[in-house]
Structure formats: structure tokens, C-alpha cells
Design a binder for this molecule. Structure first.
Ligand SMILES: [Zn+2]
Length: 344
């Protein structure tokens, strides 16, 4: 096993001004200022012109959208109209374009300091049955640690949903593929590089039955659950009209109000909702860049954290971010919270 000393960094986010020693993917020594490592070293990386940070973790993305960023039909639209403008292009996604989009997104993430990522892939037009397999292959190729989410949509326009019929699948097909990819790819324990999570797209694109079934499969295999929630104002109204209850009551009703779940966006929550999410340790992914592009609103990150909900950062899909740069997301999160929280 090779030992590498990342020596004398310009700055480092650790008590190690002399740098760190890495062996077998682990930090094995923190080096004091002016000292040399006490253990044997095979290689020295001169970091005197570098800043050393832990790898960033991106908790929400849609890799396939790297191919439709800055689309002219989407400018100045809110979430639902924005989605409807993009579905026709997305319905033409092929295995080749999926592979290209995945490789591009992973590369851009790596270049902005991300070493662990998830992707929420819920779009399955005809001939894209192996989308998950493509993503796992590409993540392994680039050495990224990844939670691949087997997303889904099964509620199209004809059933009162938002997406067109051409991009949804039926429940049996979805559930069979969830079982297949968990069995084939889900790694467990320390050092796992690929994990599978189940991720019905959102309450307005899947049936209640699919939400419940995914919750049961996730519990059976002890894997995570992910979906979009409370990104737009209209979602709570939609839940009330469609299911006769608020969005958080719906989450509880389908068996998702627990620490297995992390939600993308989580913007439009009441004080009571924030407390409930915290009490049940539901994770929330804050996507500041996307939220500003779509004028969706501002996630109450500090209140959520104070209530006990783990909060992470995400770039969201490139169609609502125009890049996959999480370092930019870190800066946007800081600036957005300055704007909205400092004088409360
Ligand atoms: Zn998203």
C-alpha cells in the first residue's frame, strides 16, 4: 500500500499545517508545522501552492440534465412550467446520451472538489432500462463514491400527473428494477463505494402505492429513500387536492417520515413541519443555486438543523443550475443565508 505525504499545504482544513499522510484511501497521520511524517513515505506531493479540503458531498443532482442546460424555452419559468418545457427534450434521452451526461456531470463535480455524490435519475423513456447500470459503470470508471438512486415516475398526464406518458413506467416494472439494482450493486459497510437508494420523483409524478412499495423495499434491504418535496408553493395545494392531506402528512402516510429519507429542496415548510422533520431526523438537501435560478424560495437550513434534521448541499440538475459546481453552491448557501437570516 502506497503512503503519500500531501506536504506543507498553503492552507488546510485540519490541525495539520505540515500536511497529511494518506495510505490506502485513509488519512493515517497529521503532520505538525515544520515536521516530517513519523511513518515511512513512498511519495511526496508538494502542496505548497494548494489548499487541502475534505471531499465535498453532493446530495442531489440530475446528471441527464447536463445536456439541456440554459435551454431557451426554460428562461423565466417557474418549476411546473419549466418542467413541462423540458419533458419533450428529455423524452428523447438515449443510453449513449445518458452515458455522456453522466460522465460530464461526474467530471464537473470532481473539478469542483466533490468526491461523493448522489444522482436522482427518474426518467425512463423507451430503451433506457439500463440507466442505473450506466451510472454505476461511469462512477467506478472515475473512482467516485456514489449513491445511485433508482428514481421513478408512474403518474403521467392521463392519470392527473405532470409528465407525459412517454417518460413514465408502470409500478411492477419499477419495483422489479429497484430489486434488481439493489441486489446487483448495493454495497454495505465501511468503505462502500456504490450504494442504491430508491427515489420516486415527487408527489406529483408518482402514485401513493409506489411511494409505499418503495418504502417497504428500502426497509427490507436497509437502503435510503429520496424524493423532491416542498420545492414549489403549489405542491402542498396539490397534495391536499390529490390526497386530501398536507405534504408532510402524506410523507408520514406512505411510511417515509423517518431517518431513512432525505428530501431535495425542502423550502416551503411551516414551523410545525420543520419541527416534525427534525423530530424524525428526515434529511434535507439545500440546493441554493437552483432555488435562485427558479426563484423557488429559500430553505430554512438553520431552523431545520436546530430542530434536528441533517442538512446537506446539492447542485440539483444542471438544467436549473447551469453547471455541476458544488463549490459555487457552498458560496451561494453562505450568501443566501446572509441575505435571509442575518437580520431576523
Ligand atoms: Zn431535483
Amino acid at each position: 500500500m502506497t503512503s503519500v505525504w500531501i506536504a506543507s499545504p498553503l492552507a488546510i482544513l485540519a490541525e495539520a499545517p505540515g500536511g497529511i499522510v494518506v495510505r490506502g484511501g485513509r488519512i493515517v497521520e497529521l503532520v505538525p508545522a515544520g515536521a516530517t511524517p513519523s511513518s515511512a513515505i513512498d511519495e511526496v506531493f508538494d502542496a505548497s501552492r494548494h489548499v487541502v479540503l475534505p471531499g465535498l458531498v453532493n446530495t442531489h443532482h440530475h446528471f441527464y440534465q447536463t445536456l439541456t442546460r440554459a435551454h431557451p424555452d426554460t428562461i423565466n419559468k417557474k418549476l411546473f412550467d419549466w418542467l413541462k418545457a423540458l419533458y419533450p427534450s428529455w423524452s428523447r434521452l438515449t443510453p449513449e446520451s445518458m452515458r455522456l451526461a453522466t460522465r460530464l456531470a461526474l467530471t464537473e463535480l470532481l473539478m469542483s472538489g466533490v468526491t461523493t455524490t448522489s444522482d436522482h435519475h427518474y426518467l425512463f423513456p423507451a430503451h433506457l432500462d439500463d440507466a442505473m447500470d450506466i451510472q454505476v459503470e461511469e462512477a467506478r470508471r472515475l473512482g467516485m463514491r456514489m449513491t445511485v438512486t433508482r428514481g421513478s415516475m408512474n403518474l403521467s398526464i392521463k392519470d392527473g400527473g405532470l409528465p407525459p406518458d412517454s417518460v413514465v413506467q408502470d409500478e411492477d416494472t419499477i419495483l422489479a428494477d429497484c430489486e434488481r439494482v439493489i441486489g446487483k450493486y448495493h454495497e454495505r459497510g465501511e468503505g462502500a463505494m456504490i450504494q442504491i437508494a430508491l427515489a420516486p420523483c415527487s408527489p406529483f409524478s408518482v402514485t401513493k402505492s409506489l411511494m409505499c412499495a418503495c418504502g417497504e423495499i428500502a426497509e427490507k434491504h436497509d437502503c435510503r429513500l429520496h424524493t423532491h418535496l416542498a420545492e414549489a408553493h403549489d405542491e402542498d395545494a396539490y397534495c391536499k387536492a390529490m390526497f386530501g392531506m398536507s405534504q408532510l402528512d402524506y410523507l408520514e402516510d406512505v411510511g417515509w417520515l423517518n431517518s431513512r429519507t432525505w428530501l431535495a429542496h425542502g423550502i416551503h415548510f411551516s414551523d410545525d413541519d420543520v419541527n416534525r422533520l427534525g423530530q424524525h431526523r428526515v434529511g434535507v438537501c439545500h440546493c441554493p443555486t437552483s432555488n435562485m435560478v427558479l426563484a423557488s424560495g429559500h430553505c430554512r437550513t438553520r431552523e431545520l438543523e436546530a430542530a434536528g434534521a441533517p442538512v446537506g448541499l446539492g447542485v440539483d440538475g444542471s438544467a436549473s443550475n447551469d453547471s455541476s459546481n458544488l463549490m459555487e453552491g457552498v458560496r451561494h448557501a453562505l450568501m443566501l443565508n446572509r441575505l435571509t437570516m442575518m437580520h431576523r
